[in-house]
Design a protein around this ligand. Sequence first.
Ligand SMILES: [Zn+2]
Length: 225
Amino acid sequence: MDDRLLDVAGAARFFLDSCHNPDPPIDPVELAAMWDLEVVHAPGPAATIGGFITHDPDREPWQQRFDIAHELGHLAAHHVGLPSTCPTASEIAGAILVPEQDFKRQLSRTAWDLAQLVGRYEVSWEVLARRLPRTVACVATIIDNGDIWYRERSRWVTNQGGPHPKRLEPWEKELVTEAAGSERHVYADNLVTAYSVPSPGYDRVVLVAGVEEWEARTYRAMAAE
Ligand SMILES: [Zn+2]
């Protein structure tokens, strides 16, 4: 097999290596400069044109960081031989802004306190939630106004109970209702946490559970039905 064929994590590692593995918070403008790309302001969606990355300065600072990192994601995908699609570029962008090894260390240091880590990496909750199941064995779910917006479970862990439901389990609903709109996070215990995320105009909750704990709660409830 062509050794340039790497996965998303490999593409991000390659890119960070090429930039001498900077410490978080990662500055995508600095990384672009190391690849001789100048970052300039322009309205509309970010793009890479010749030696320039353009991005919209009217977006929120964390969005601008992600927009630039997304363009770097395209570049990294191209260099390691991955299809340079936008979803792949976004995934690589997340792995550039939240580097795997550092993320693992910080998760154990903070006992999975995502609120602290959002600040450390200067990314959105969504970026962090999407990084989680790719980094540690967990089920991460983003719930907006009570509906699942995103749900992913670590793919390397064997699934005990068949297909993964895309609906909220009763025990999840309870936690989400408790967390939504509250200022504090709801700690059910240290293996399941619901985070209430400040969002304009809607209730967003990020629910994170260890895979085994998630399955134990879900399938125990199903068996009792
Ligand atoms: Zn794109």
